[in-house]
Design a binder for this molecule. Structure first.
Ligand code: SF4
Length: 82
């Protein structure tokens, strides 16, 4: 199925990975659940789309290039297929 064009964390230079979490170096809250506003890295590992609503209208979005195709996201699915 073709995906509609949305901004994702894969394309923004401000999305960073540290330890077991993904965070925004501009200080935006990526996860609304109680805590530090960071996302669990398992969402990246699982190849989720990561098109967060906060990024869609963010004034600090900084594109690093074209979207990452779904087949190149994540690494857990690839391990299962072996
Ligand atoms: S679009 Fe905005 S909120 Fe999303 S990662 Fe980039 S700077 Fe952070």
């Amino acid at each position: 199925m073709k995906e509609t064009k949305k901004r994702t964390l894969y394309e923004c230079s401000h999305a960073r990975v540290k330890g077991e979490s993904i965070y925004c170096d501009k200080g935006y809250t990526l996860c609304i659940r109680p805590g530090d506003g960071h996302l669990e890295i398992s969402r990246l590992a699982g190849g989720q789309r990561l098109a967060l609503s906060i990024c869609q209208s963010c004034p600090d979005y900084d594109s690093m290039g074209p979207p990452v195709p779904p087949e190149e996201r994540g690494w857990l699915k690839k391990k299962v297929m072996k």
